[in-house]
Design a protein around this ligand. Sequence first.
Ligand code: AMP
Ligand code: MG
Length: 489
Amino acid sequence: MAFPFDNSYVGLPERFFAPQAPTPVTEPWLIKLNEPLAAELGLDVEALRRDGAAIFSGNLVPEGAEPLAMAYAGHQFGGFSPQLGDGRAILLGEVVDRNGKRFDIQLKGAGPTPFSRRGDGRAAIGPVLREYIISEAMFALGIPATRALAAVTTGEPVYREEVLPGAVFTRVAASHIRVGTFQYFAARGDTDGVRALADYVIDRHYPALKEAEEPYLALFSAISERQAALIARWLHIGFIHGVMNTDNMTVSGETIDFGPCAFMDAYNPATVFSSIDQHGRYAYANQPAIGQWNLARLGETLLPLIDAEPDKAVDKANAVIRAYGERFQAAWLAGMRDKIGLAGEEDGDLDLVQALLSLMQAQGADFTLVFRRLSDLAGNDDAEPAFAGSFREPETCRPWLAQWRERLSRDPQTAGERAIAMRSVNPAFIPRNHRVEQAIEAAVENGDFSLFEALLTVLSKPYEDQPEFAAYMEPPKPEERVLQTFCGT
Ligand code: AMP
Ligand code: MG
C-alpha cells in the first residue's frame, strides 16, 4: 500500500461531503515528488516513484483511499456564498505520520465535483508551481502552512485567459476544515452539523479542550489564538496571502490556499498583488484586521453552542474577538523585537520598531534585506555600509542606528548571540515574486523545470547564507518587477 490510509472525515454525516473520484487524464507526468515529506508521512516512497504520475494525477486511486469533496461556504471579499465546497479538490484520505499527527492528502485540480458550479475542476500549471514553491518555502521559514507532496502535468489543456497546460497539485494539510466549513452548516440553521463539526475539530486539532468547562468557547478562543500567531508570522516575513476569504482560513492555524499570494519586496504596508483585489481589502497591513473579521464570522456560527442564552453567547464571543486584537499585537511585537535583536523588553521598543518601518517605507527599502543586513551588522560593524545601502539615501538610517545601538547597550545578549538569533528569524531568501514568475514562465513556455528546482533548493534553507545563490537574495530590477498575481481559477 502506497498510503497507510486511516480516514476519519468520511465518517462524519453524509451532508458534510460528496463522495467523488478523481477524473482520469490522458497523459500524466510527474513534475516533482517531495520524497522527504513522503517519508515523514510514512508513505511508500518506492511505490510513489514508480506510480506517482498515475496516483497524483488521479488516474490511479490508491488502495484505502475514500475520495470525497468537502462541503463549505464562505465570505468572498465580504459577500457570503452559502455553498462553495471543493470544486476542484478531492480528499483522497488521511494518514497518521510517525509522530502520531493526522494529515489530509488532497488532490487539487483532479476534475469536477458536485461543488464545481461553472468551473472545470482543473488547475493550470502556473498556480500549481506557485503553490508548490510557496508552501515549501513557508515550511522552511518555520511558518505553519499546508505542504506540497507532488505536482504532475495532465497532458490536457485548461482554458483560462489563455490556453495553459493542466496540472494537479497534491497537498498535505493538518486538515482542510475552514471557517467556511462552519458557515456552511450555520447558514442552513443546522446546529447539529455545527456541533458535530466542532466536536470533530476539538478531537482532531485541540484534544486538550475536551476537558474544558466551556469547550466550544475554548475552541473559538484557541482558533483565534492560532490565527493571531499565524498572521503575525506572515507580517514578520512580508507575506501577503492575497485572498483571505473565510473559505481560505483554516481552523488548524495553517496557511492555506496559496492563490495569488506573494512576498513584498520594498516595504509598503499597502502592498497588494492579487489582480482580483481591486480595493486592497487583503493588502499586507490589512491582514490582521481581516483575520479578526473572519474570526467574528466563525464566532457567529458557534453562538448556539457557546451559550443557550443568546446575549451571553454574544458577550463571550465578543471577548474572544477583542482578545484576538491583543494577542495579535503581542505576537507581532514579540517577533519584531526578535527581528531587531532585542531579548529584553522596554516600553520604547514599539516606537523603535515603528521608526525603522517608517524609514524603510519612506526610503523604498527592501523588507527582507534590511533585516538580514541588520542581523549582519549586529555581529560585525563592517556590515554598516551594506545595511545603509538598503535605503535610497543611505545617510537617513544613521539616526535610527544610533537609537538602536543605544537600546542594545541595555539588552542582555552579547553581540555574537544576538547576531545568531537575528539570523535565525530574518531570512536571507524568500520566494521573490519575480523568481517565482520566471520559474513558472520557463515551465509553461519551454517545459523547463530547472528554475523551479533551483528555487526549491535555495528556499529550503532560507536562514543560511548560501553564497552560491547570492543572486536569489536580490530584489527585482525595475524591469523584472511583478506587479500583479493571478488566482488559479
Ligand atoms: P479558490 O479561489 O481556489 O479559493 O476557490 C474558491 C471556490 O471556487 C472554491 O469553492 C473552489 O473549489 C472553486 N473553484 C476554484 N477554481 C475552480 C475550478 N477550476 N473548477 C471548479 N471550482 C473551482
Ligand atoms: Mg479556496
